[in-house]
Write a protein that binds this ligand. Structure first.
Ligand code: ADP
Ligand code: ZN
Length: 731
């Protein structure tokens, strides 16, 4: 021990707790020699408990230590877990989404590091190709494919990238064609292939050159290109340049789009050093990927929403594919939007961000109109594929069997007999939307939610799609005792049954959350769909997102009307995006495709705009409506929600907020408090107060004010409240 005792320090800690302030702690003598810097994880006493947090500031203790401060319990790391850039992003998130900094920083860490855990060097484990490995193994397509993938990635792939291939890997290893290895930094520095395989067409070239010229500073690009126009090729070309300059690339994709095909496409084209990051990974795998990115070892991070927080010290480019996708918005806890967060992150570190979509959000289009984003368009499909023909199918007064009109069935038959594949889209899983008593009309409701139960017939269950509650099908009606039930409304399960009856000779693949629960089943189904062995593809929005089905010649939107008439103002935008995305699945190869939209409202202005001028005309129409109604992107919204087991308790809190709002004279309009569209969920009554402001600052000012009211609300016991800035879902 030296006789000069080190200066004692105070650390200001963002504790992972739902409290808005930071907390000061003293670093005791026992820990005084440890490295200390903002961004380090720290373990502290908190009330009677022990919590983890992140140091955000430090200062020497000047005044004589009066013993008020409590001591830090542990400082486990020798370096900050979160860097300066990460802390800055965290502060922005905390302010913008009105979430406590401690919670935000905790969310930014992978789960395995939120409460201790070793921050050590990352050595993701994986498999390496040996010298004896053959190029191909006759009659073993899946084994050959794994070898090819390894070769494409420069010889090594991580366990994460090879997930689900355990058996194949064991058999390849038993013949010494591959060996187990921790991936070394060398593997992740395999050369970046210079020749990218395709020559960019004129439109792609222009987009690529424009974006490339913006490297080195912040720029937000909207890459608005029809499905199949080669947007991904543009990302890949820009990304390759960024990697060659020694920087890292962050690529965000929607939840459902992250398939091994996409990972392989990126890995093949960008060389090794790619890690994935998504919710399907184990905590350990996520920790490894996070550490590899933070160490600069992973050159490319390809992931879903939460990957936007992965630290990347050498970040040079951010890509958000399918930027309009709803899965970028987190729906609980800190309700952040990963696309918006990505743009802010790019601007904070001064790098370009590319937002790609065939159907951009109105928000992004308005950012282009306002000059905040630059736009590059790709209006032609790459290769020779042509865009499909769109047609409305007026089903008024036509007999409908299980949601299928006769002309539709006829058209399907033509396409199937001609060798094409048919894709049908219906955004409701299960058999029927409700079970109604034929004698008295009573509908089977969820006991916990104000919503009918969905019939899942094959399983013989009623399921609530809001809370997950299940029960068996009733024998008789609880109200009148009769046992004659009517199943109303179509679900994918019912449609599957109907189609099997109509087209027994054509193999069918149903893709929705119920049929893809088992690990690997979505993959297998998509593979059969792509390969063409399934002729009829039927599914929910899972099918409409970013998958490539070259053999589909007819795509069908079965129930467009639900999107036209909804109490959610975004529903028509989503419908149009969906139709255009579904249309993008048809006629991708050299066969021209057709798209049929079944509707009772063929004269609806939105559908007419779609026929007349495609997505652009619809977007203009929707933009006009939003402007008239002063809805986003022409105003800014926030939703205060309150839930309680006893009716009225949450509403009382919101009422108090509304009162404060009118007293304080904020430039903010308020609607409510009112019951949420789904009044009760999982046994809780739900109320909401919707705020709208022309100016963002006004909204944020009002929110800070209201949140202080909510935090001090004396009867908060039993009331859960939350704030949702830029809500996507008003339910
Ligand atoms: P998007 O991301 O816009 O949907 P992709 O980049 O996936 O489009 O391209 C669609 C298809 O066209 C892919 O099969 C791709 O390999 C092919 N493609 C893209 N660009 C070209 C090009 N310049 N020349 C030939 N084929 C291309
Ligand atoms: Zn329920």
């Amino acid at each position: 021990m030296s006789d000069v005792s080190p200066v004692l320090m105070v650390v200001r800690v963002a504790v992972a707790a739902p409290l808005d302030n930071l907390f000061d702690y003293r670093v005791p003598h026992a820990l005084a020699g440890r490295p200390l810097a903002p961004g380090m994880r720290v373990c502290v006493p908190f009330g009677a408990a022990i919590r983890w947090g992140v140091v955000v500031e430090l200062a020497p203790i000047n005044a004589p230590d009066d013993g008020v401060l409590r001591d830090v319990l542990d400082l486990p790391d020798s370096e900050p877990a979160l860097g300066v850039d990460d802390l800055r992003l965290g502060r922005w998130l905390s302010q913008y989404y009105h979430a406590p900094l401690g919670e935000v920083l905790s969310i930014m860490l992978p789960a395995a590091l939120r409460a201790g855990g070793v921050l050590g060097e990352s050595r993701p484990k994986g498999w390496r190709l040996t010298d004896t490995a053959p190029v191909e193994i006759p009659r073993a397509a899946r084994q050959s494919a794994v070898l090819a993938a390894l070769r494409a990635a420069g010889g090594c792939l991580t366990d994460e990238q090879l997930r689900g291939q355990g058996q194949i890997l064991r058999s390849l290893a038993s013949r010494a064609w591959i060996t187990r290895c921790p991936l070394s930094p060398d593997d992740t520095q395999a050369p970046i292939p210079e020749d990218c395989g395709v020559a960019l067409n004129a439109g792609q070239q222009e987009a690529y050159q424009a974006i490339r010229s913006s490297l080195g500073g912040f720029a937000a690009w909207l890459l608005h290109g029809v499905t199949g126009s080669g947007k991904t090729e543009v990302y890949l070309s820009v990304a390759a340049d960024v990697l060659l300059a020694g920087r890292q690339v962050l690529v965000l994709v929607p939840e459902i789009a992250l398939t091994p095909q996409l990972v392989a496409r990126f890995a093949t084209r960008l060389g090794g050093g790619l890690v994935t990051f998504h919710s399907g990974m184990t905590d350990t795998a996520r920790r490894e990927a996070w550490l590899a990115a933070r160490a600069g070892q992973a050159r490319v991070v390809l992931g879903t929403r939460s990957a936007v927080f992965v630290p990347m010290p050498k970040l040079g480019l951010v890509v958000v594919d399918e930027e309009h996708d709803g899965s970028y918005k987190q729906q609980d806890g800190m309700r952040y939007h990963a696309r918006d967060t990505a743009v802010v992150r790019a601007s904070q570190v001064g790098v370009p961000v590319i937002l790609g979509s065939a159907t951009p959000s109105l928000e992004s289009l308005s950012n282009v109109a306002g000059g905040r984003y630059q736009c590059q368009r790709l209006d032609q499909r790459a290769g020779r594929a042509r865009l499909p023909r769109l047609e409305l199918l007026d089903v008024r007064r036509r007999p409908m069997d299980d949601g299928l009109s006769a002309p539709l069935v006829e058209r399907m038959r033509e396409h199937l007999l001609a060798g094409g594949q048919v894709l049908l889209f219906l955004n409701r899983r299960g058999y029927a939307a409700a079970l109604t008593c034929h004698a008295c009309g009573a509908v089977e409701h969820c006991r916990q939610c104000s919503a009918p139960m969905t019939v899942h017939r094959a399983r013989g269950r009623l399921v609530c799609h809001h809370c997950g509650a299940e029960r068996g099908l009733p024998r008789s009606c609880a109200s009148c005792g009769e046992s004659d039930f009517h199943m109303s409304g179509q679900g994918t399960e019912r449609l599957e049954q109907a189609l099997q009856g109509l087209f027994p000779e054509f193999p069918l693949e149903r893709i929705d959350r119920d049929t893809t629960r088992r690990k690997g089943s979505l993959e297998a189904k998509l593979e059969r769909a792509r390969a063409g062995s399934a002729r009829i593809l039927l599914g929910t929005q899972m099918l409409a997102k970013g998958h490539d089905f070259p053999g589909v010649t007819l795509a069908v939107v079965l129930d467009a009307d639900r999107g036209l008439f909804s109490n959610d103002f975004r529903a028509p935008e989503r419908l149009v995006q969906l139709i255009v995305q579904v249309a993008g699945r048809a006629g991708r190869a050299e066969r021209p495709g057709e798209v049929l939209i079944q509707t009772h409202h063929p004269d609806h202005p939105l559908l007419q705009a779609l026929l007349r001028g495609g997505f652009d005309a619809c977007a203009a129409e929707l933009m006009h409506e939003r402007r008239q109604a002063c809805l986003p992107p022409f105003s800014h919204l926030a939703l205060l929600r309150a839930e309680s087991r006893t009716a009225e308790r949450g509403r009382a809190l919101l009422r108090c907020c509304a009162r404060r709002l009118s007293e304080a004279g904020h430039e903010v309009a308020a609607w409510g408090p009112a019951p949420a569209p789904l009044e009760r969920r999982a046994g809780r009554f739900r109320d909401q107060l919707l705020l709208s402001a022309r100016r963002r600052e006004a909204l944020h000012g009002a929110l800070s004010d209201l949140l202080s009211v909510a935090r001090e609300w004396p009867e908060s016991k039993g009331v859960r409240w939350s704030v949702d800035v830029d809500p996507q879902d008003l339910g």
